[in-house]
Write a protein that binds this ligand. Structure first.
Ligand SMILES: [Zn+2]
Length: 69
């Protein structure tokens, strides 16, 4: 019996939208994250990213209410 070779472990790229807020200027924005990022956000509730408004890397806080669309 031959194995069907069309069955491959296809990596599903699921993305979520998480609402985050810049702790410096307080701007809120939805960002697209994958499952790993979301897990990390839920665990630490913080991330570091570049803010367009501050024009530098700032600390952002995760707002869990933003997950539902
Ligand atoms: Zn900012």
């Amino acid at each position: 019996m031959s194995q069907p070779d069309f069955i491959r472990s296809r990596q599903l790229r699921v993305s979520y939208v998480a609402m985050v807020q810049c702790l410096r200027c307080r701007v809120r924005m939805p960002i697209e994250v994958d499952a790993e990022d979301l897990k990390r956000l839920r665990a630490f509730a913080r991330l570091c990213r570049t803010c367009d408004r501050c024009q530098q890397d700032t600390e952002w806080v995760y707002l869990p209410m933003g997950v539902s669309r």
